[in-house]
Design a protein around this ligand. Structure first.
Ligand code: GLN
Length: 475
């Protein structure tokens, strides 16, 4: 039976046995898995664990196994973005976050399934097929980092990395009942992250508890000159783990409880806010008037950036090639054959939004809306310490339920994309169940103020039982 282990549980097991045994046990669990969370496992994992055993506990994550989303470059290990266009691609270098994990002794278990190029909310657009939600295998795990959340929820890794362009860490964390953080834009280097929409995305950790999120951030956060948007500031994330929210001022935006919010989700989130009151915090309603324009601006900007970022995948340098009489034919055949439907849709729409004559009307307009959304956050967060609301308006939906209707999928991102437009940090923590399915509470902070959202999340976790709920197959 698979188990939920925190980093400290894993370290305890290592001290009783060895990192090698712990890693071998995870690999065994993964081999028996039926949720399709991994795209591949790493054949060097045992070797890494043996190294950690030799290092005798040196490093913050010595011997601790971790699962990595398949859009983060791993030297010598397949990295495909769950796309046929990168089939067989093995990066010759490590992403910054992987270098940092290795330096602290972590063991890479494998790569996790995702929506193709991180475009999606359900992991259904992966070329490897959908990942099943461990809470109910007829349902999606959320997306796009569905594999990373599902393997943690299924006890197939204690911690994982995802990436969040418009909710891709927080949505699957909410749907799978685990914790997920989107750091402030620039807090984690994107060097080696294969870009979907680079002005919006951040790599973020997922785990079974807030403490582990802080530990992983202490490893992967910090300045990297190879990413020009990387922030140069010293932060100790574990210092934020204080069980005290007395005097904390919470803002609750009405706009996050708009049309179509599931009743069970709404109740769980308000109960959570009530709990904060009991714990000594205060709350007030705040207004975020531009929220309703955020989705349209997000999709315009994300697709525009995608159309340009994905231009490099043309059959020349990476992945398979479908030959033709000249480069144009070769490139268009390769792209038509190897990109999935959703990626093609976004590249086409993005190219259209950037084209001469339409750029002002769509792309530049979206950038102006982005500024307004950002100002909403600045204004609201000048009076309160954090904002709270549901991460997702509904719990995990059924596999196939939304595949024929991309617009309804886009609409489910309504509460997660505004934070990427503005760059602020946000975390999703389990706050109860709706019809037996996990609900995520989203806590949003000021730029660079991960400390306050982590403290709020930590205190909530310490004073409630929500993070003790887990899928039936897991202990
Ligand atoms: N669901 C959003 C999209 O499809 C967000 C994806 C992400 O964060 N990578 O773009």
């Amino acid at each position: 039976m698979a188990e939920w282990l925190s980093i400290s549980d894993v370290k305890k097991k290592i001290s009783e046995t060895s990192a090698e045994e712990v890693t071998a046990a995870y690999l065994e669990t993964i081999a028996k898995s039926s949720i399709n969370g991994y795209t591949c496992t790493y054949d060097g994992a045992i070797e890494m664990a043996k190294e950690a055993d030799k290092g005798e506990g040196e490093g913050l994550l010595a011997g601790v196994p971790i699962a990595i989303k398949d859009n983060i470059s791993t030297k010598g290990l397949s990295t495909t973005c769950s796309s046929k266009i990168l089939e067989g691609y093995v990066p010759p270098y490590d992403a910054h976050v992987i270098e940092r994990l290795k330096a602290e002794g972590a063991v890479i278990l494998g790569k996790t399934n995702m929506d193709e190029f991180a475009m999606g909310t359900s992991t259904e657009s992966s070329c490897y097929g959908v990942t099943l939600n461990p809470w109910d295998t007829e349902r999606v795990p959320g997306g796009s980092s569905g594999g990373s959340a599902a393997v943690v929820a299924a006890g197939e890794a204690p911690i994982s990395l995802g990436s969040d362009t418009g909710g891709s860490v927080r949505c699957p964390a909410a749907f799978c009942g685990v914790v997920g953080l989107k750091p402030t834009y620039g807090a984690v280097s994107r060097f080696g992250l294969i870009s979907y929409a680079n002005s919006l995305e951040q790599i973020g950790p997922m785990a079974t508890c807030v403490e582990d999120i802080a530990t992983v951030m202490d490893v992967i956060g910090g300045h990297d000159p190879r990413d020009s948007t990387s922030i140069d500031r010293e932060v100790n994330y574990r210092d934020a783990l204080v069980d005290d929210v007395k005097g904390l001022k919470i803002g609750v935006p009405d706009e996050y409880f708009g049309e179509g919010v599931d009743e069970g989700v709404e109740k769980a989130v308000w109960d959570a806010i009530g709990k904060y009151e009991e714990m000594g915090a205060t709350w007030e309603k705040v207004s975020m008037p531009h929220t309703k324009y955020a989705l349209a601006a997000y999709y315009t900007i994300a697709m525009s950036e995608a159309s340009s970022n994905l231009a490099r995948f043309d059959g020349t340098r990476y992945g398979p090639r479908h030959d033709g009489e000249n480069w144009h034919v070769m490139a268009s055949r390769t792209r038509a054959e190897c990109f999935g439907k959703e990626v093609q849709r976004r590249v086409l729409l993005g190219t259209y939004a950037l084209s001469a004559g339409y750029q002002d009307k769509y792309y530049l307009k979206a950038l102006k809306v982005r500024t307004l959304v950002k100002q909403d956050f600045e204004k609201a967060l000048s009076n309160v310490d954090v904002l709270m609301g549901p991460t997702m308006p509904m719990p995990a939906f059924k596999i196939g339920e939304k595949v024929e209707d991309p617009l309804s999928l886009y609409l489910s991102d309504v509460n997660t994309v505004p934070m990427n437009l503005s760059g602020v940090p946000c975390i999703s923590v389990p706050c109860g169940l709706s019809d037996g399915l996990p609900v995520g509470l989203q806590i949003i902070g000021k730029q660079y103020d991960e400390a306050t959202i982590m403290r709020a999340a930590y205190a909530f976790e310490q004073n409630t039982d929500h993070n003790k709920a887990r899928p039936a197959e897991v202990i």
